[in-house]
Design a protein around this ligand. Structure first.
Ligand code: ZN
Length: 222
């Protein structure tokens, strides 16, 4: 029975040539395989930016991808998201460039800066450093993505309460890639990969981590 309500949001600036139905569409298609999840998508161009109070109140976990239009998300909507996380316990899952999204910055009260980045289609090895964590369940170690953007430390966030995975890149850089926090009553999960020009959100193991993160943020596991 589908009873855990998931909303996957995107600003939808990702190239249609890679993601015809958006990153939110690709992630939602995978999450729908789990019959416990009732999955919908919303986007910046929807009424109320796809973030109406009704929708937020009916969301158990909000999954977020954005990159170029962070500034267009209204502060009032961000305030509502933070309220839902801290006071009601809505889960929040931030993907890749969502490290600079207003909700991520507001929920964790941090700038979310990176040490650096390089968009060169490099291999990324994501090493599981906490294999008994529910987010790591059913995954190989390492997870390998053939072509991704590089992010490097320092990642300016509060120290993760649980650090599940660390990414390695060919230039020698590392990055805390799968991080868990609590904010008020809510659980917050960040997962690094997912630059919009690469096919990362079709990678079965990346999708599995996101699905595990959603279940953790919904308090179904862990
Ligand atoms: Zn990127």
């Amino acid at each position: 029975m589908a009873n855990i309500k998931i909303t996957v949001w995107s600003e939808f600036t990702e190239p249609r040539s890679v993601y015809p139905n958006g990153i939110h569409g690709a992630v939602a298609d995978y999450l729908k395989r789990d019959s416990r999840l009732e999955v919908r998508t919303s986007q910046l161009s929807d009424p109320e930016q796809g973030l109406s109070t009704d929708l937020l109140q009916q969301t158990d976990v909000l999954v977020w991808w954005g990159h170029a239009k962070h500034g267009e998300v209204a502060n009032e909507r961000v305030h509502r998201i933070v309220e839902q996380v801290r006071e009601r316990g809505m889960g929040f899952v931030a993907l890749h460039s969502a490290h600079y999204s207003k909700p991520f910055q507001a929920i964790l009260d941090c700038p979310g800066h990176l040490g650096g980045w390089r968009e060169a289609g490099e291999v990324e090895r994501i090493w599981i450093v906490q294999p008994d964590h529910p987010v790591a369940k059913g995954l190989p170690n390492p997870i390998v993505i053939e072509s991704e953007e590089m992010y490097s430390e320092p990642f300016v966030v509060p120290p993760p309460e649980e650090l599940v995975m660390i990414s390695w890149f060919a230039g020698g850089e590392v990055f805390r890639s799968a991080c868990c926090w609590h904010s008020g009553k809510g659980r917050v999960f960040y997962f690094r990969p997912g630059h919009e020009t690469y096919r990362t959100f079709y990678h079965p193991e990346v999708l599995k981590v996101i699905a595990n993160g959603v279940l953790w943020a919904a308090r179904v596991i862990g």
